[in-house]
Design a protein around this ligand. Structure first.
Ligand code: URA
Length: 233
């Protein structure tokens, strides 16, 4: 991900992180586009170093893509930071943008019901989206927006170390798995994101429009439950 050195320093400063810059570079690069910041010992200051609260602060200060201009607030994610289950959707909608929480409203109610059926209360799992900001008019996320946001989600996954990821909907599944295979072909089998098992299910708006498909989403949840229980590999 690329952002200006100036932006990066501003948000690292807001996180209370010292930014170390070699003297010779300090004056010259104030407006240069750089991908990383050199840190003491030659390591790289990136999301890979951040804890939950630093990551949350970084997300709320993010200006990596144009969506920051139209958001009401960022939607970081919610839930149990020791959760076995990580639910990943596409992006905040209008209600999520207003409330700062993913999967609220009708889709959220359906998700809560599905999780309850799988023996998981909303508070037990962790819920996040591929994008932390709402795309205007609920349009699909653009590839550049998803890649700008990706390292935030990757850090959430690394901090959480879930036993299962449930990718909800086409955009979440295709973005996470970096494929353009249709969701109908992605569901019903076990995928992996690194060493973390991942199950794909339908978008909740689709399930609300096509309630008959709910039985298939139940199969997806059963697969996820089997994985967590060690009955599927
Ligand atoms: N609400 C979200 O937060 N994400 C989705 O993908 C759908 C609804």
């Amino acid at each position: 991900m690329i952002q200006t050195e100036h932006q990066r320093r501003a948000y690292l400063k807001a996180l209370g992180i010292d930014v170390w810059v070699p003297n010779a570079d300090a004056a010259a690069d104030a407006d240069a586009d750089v991908a990383v910041v050199a840190a003491p010992g030659g390591s790289v200051a990136d999301e890979g170093d951040l804890d939950w609260s630093q990551l949350r602060a970084a997300v709320s200060a993010c200006t990596r893509c144009a969506l920051h201009k139209s958001r009401t607030q960022t939607v970081f994610g919610v839930g149990n930071q020791q959760a076995d289950w990580l639910i990943i959707g596409e992006a905040p909608g209008a209600e999520e943008d207003r409330r700062g929480e993913p999967f609220v409203g009708r889709a959220g109610q359906l998700l809560d019901e599905m999780l309850r059926a799988a023996g998981q209360a909303r508070e037990q799992v962790y819920i996040a989206n591929v994008l932390k900001c709402r795309p205007p008019n609920n349009r699909d996320p653009e590839a550049g927006e998803a890649s700008a946001c990706r390292s935030y989600l990757e850090r959430q996954i690394a901090l959480l170390k879930p036993k299962i990821i449930l990718a909800v909907g086409r955009i979440a599944a295709q973005t996470l798995l970096q494929t353009d295979t249709p969701v109908g072909k992605l569901r019903g089998k076990l995928h992996h994101l690194g060493d973390i098992p991942l199950v794909v299910t339908f978008h909740l708006a689709y399930l609300l429009r096509s309630p008959r498909q709910k039985s298939k989403s139940w199969q997806d949840l059963c697969l996820a439950m089997d994985v967590v229980a060690g009955r599927a590999a």
